[in-house]
Design a protein around this ligand. Structure first.
Ligand code: APR
Length: 175
């Protein structure tokens, strides 16, 4: 397994990394779940800054400062809402991870954490989402050396086990 990839169970707003990723919506103006937690802890300057950005497409990512968060930056990405899998949900979820990593590398972010994008309010099945997350991040890191650490920050032991199982499966496949 790539030692730069880890799974942890934590509240992502407590992590003092170069960046944390937010599972946002297209308005970037905040919401519930991890998005609400990030906006609360970053303080009102985050929404002011996001308002100037003017939104984000599903599958894309935008970077802001972390303001009052311990993380220096927030990379906001917008996951797909799961409606059964025939509206490009898998491709769009992979795009969230890819675009977030590219925005990170473009901005000198070397350490970052992802929440389980789309697996809450957006209802993406957790096992399939974990598989896409692990595969997409591993593929990017295999080609690039600018990233030192990616943490999959899960909010429950059960979610952490889904990601750990996918990391192990990938490891076994590579012998
Ligand atoms: N730290 C880490 N993970 C968290 C935290 C937290 N503080 N809070 C919630 N999570 C986890 C949830 O348990 C879930 O597994 O983040 C995952 C994603 O869930 P949501 O936050 O609901 O995100 P998502 O499914 O992508 O839905 C996005 O919800 O809050 C709104 O504005 C947001 O409209 C957007 C939608």
């Amino acid at each position: 397994m790539d030692p730069r990839i880890q799974v942890i169970v934590a509240d992502i707003t407590t992590l003092a990394l170069d960046a944390i990723v937010n599972a946002a919506n297209t308005t970037l103006m905040g919401g519930g779940g991890v998005d609400g937690a990030i906006h609360r802890k970053a303080g009102p300057r985050l929404a002011d800054y996001c308002e100037k950005i003017g939104g984000c497409e599903t599958g894309d990512a935008k970077i802001t400062p972390g303001f009052d968060l311990p993380a220096r930056h927030v990379i906001h990405t917008v996951g797909p809402f799961w409606t059964g899998g025939d509206r490009r949900e898998e491709e769009l979820l992979a795009s969230c991870y890819k675009r977030s990593l590219h925005v990170a590398m473009d901005n000198g972010v070397r350490t970052l954490a992802f929440p389980a994008i789309s697996t809450g309010a957006y209802r993406f099945p957790g096992g399939r989402a974990a598989e896409i997350a692990v595969k997409t991040v591993s593929d990017v890191l295999a080609k690039r050396e600018e990233i030192d650490l990616v943490q999959f920050c899960c909010f429950s032991e059960a979610a952490g086990e889904l990601v750990a199982a996918r990391l192990k499966a990938l490891d076994d496949a590579h012998g």
